[in-house]
Design a protein around this ligand. Structure first.
Ligand code: UD1
Length: 338
């Protein structure tokens, strides 16, 4: 049984990926510093899969702790989620982002090298493309200057991984996620934003639940069919499955180059109003929303060309925006009960 280290394995995408890893017969060891989640997620994973993953509470900023971890645990591959991801916060606290997203990556790679762990899947983001000139976005689209320190950390991390893979045995797959949404169909795990949500879907579900009075739609004067911004909303369970396929590719030495990049999206663009309408329709709830000014730093439209992921990686999204909106609402209702 192959053993996979999942950093940030108790947060949104990480926890869904742990479930899929276990379903696929991998042994999982999670490290998480619990800065953005709770230990209850571990019980949730166990409830779904009936397998308790190993968990070590560890802050990757603690270089010595990372060294000790690798000394004590032999792993076959790493899926690296642990990072800070609030775009706005990164503008005000750039050093936090460089330390959390870059410093920790360096420590992780140093210990992987020292302990001959050669496979890593990295959580990258479509943010590396900025506002692409052509849609849908292929992996060949130019990397534009980042809009935020957060975005810059994703670009820099890709470059660091490329540099290291050039001169070592490291094999890398960087998955460039579009907008991950939804939750596990069991509603046992899902997205757990702390404080006021910055992202659209948790804001939608909290508004529907009455926790927020009104959803602000940021801008209806974009050059898009209905004037609101367009994104590619990928169901988190589909996204989790992409990590399994990618890890198997590395473990079976099927990767074509030392570092590979894949867009992980549906290929379908949806506007903010599409999201609202879909949410209302599938859940039969009314959402209180108003149009306000654009949010600074937002791009007009981004959706993936997924040809490479479909043909080369052998992965394709299966779930729909409807599925995602249903599971997100189920999860929100469960949270309220808790
Ligand atoms: C951002 C980041 C992305 C990151 C993702 C998840 C950029 C360019 N994008 O995506 O890299 O992976 O967050 O953390 O850095 N919206 C509203 N009202 C709201 C919230 C959002 O109208 O209350 C709109 C936004 O204007 C946008 C869409 O909904 O058009 C999606 O927003 P959001 O969920 O925040 O994701 P992105 O900004 O696309």
């Amino acid at each position: 049984m192959k053993k996979i280290l999942v950093t940030g394995g108790l947060v949104f995408i990480g926890s869904h990926t742990v479930v899929e890893l276990q379903k696929n017969g991998f042994e999982v060891i999670i490290i998480d510093d619990l800065s953005n989640t709770t230990i209850n997620v571990l019980d949730g994973i166990t409830e779904i899969t009936k397998i308790q993953p190993k968990f070590v509470k560890l802050d990757l900023k603690n270089k010595q702790a990372v060294q000790t971890f690798f000394k004590n645990h032999k792993v076959d591959g790493v899926i690296h989620f642990a990072a800070s991801k609030a775009v706005g916060e990164s503008v005000h606290k750039p050093l936090k982002y460089y330390e959390n997203n870059i410093g920790t990556l360096v420590y992780l790679l140093q210990e992987m090298e020292a302990n001959k762990v050669t496979n890593i899947i990295f959580s990258s983001s479509c943010t590396v493309y900025g506002q692409a000139d052509t849609l849908p976005i292929t992996e060949k689209a130019p990397i534009k200057p980042a809009e935020s320190p957060y975005g810059r950390t994703k670009q820099m991390a890709e470059e660091i991984l490329a540099d290291v893979s050039k001169v070592s045995n490291l094999n890398v797959i960087a998955l460039r996620y579009f907008n991950p949404v939804g939750g596990h169909e069991s509603a046992i795990i899902g997205e757990l934003p702390i404080g006021v949500p910055q992202n659209l879907i948790p804001y939608v579900t909290q508004t529907a639940a009455g926790i927020r009075a009104c959803l602000s739609v940021f801008g209806d004067d974009y050059d898009t069919p209905d004037g609101t911004a367009v994104r590619d909303y990928i169901h988190v369970v589909d996204l989790a499955k992409a990590h399994i396929v990618a890890m198997k590719r590395l473990l079976e030495n099927k990767n074509k180059t030392k570092i590979e990049f894949f867009n992980i999206g549906t290929g379908q663009g949806s506007s903010v109003l599409d999201v609202i309408n879909t949410f209302e329709k599938v859940n039969n709830v009314k959402l209180n929303y108003k149009i306000v000014a654009r949010r600074e730093g937002d791009i007009t439209a981004a959706y993936a060309d997924t040809t490479l992921a479909n043909t080369e990686l052998g992965w394709k999204s299966e779930l729909t925006l409807e599925d995602a909106m249903r599971s997100a609402w189920l999860w929100q209702q469960k949270l309220i009960k808790k």
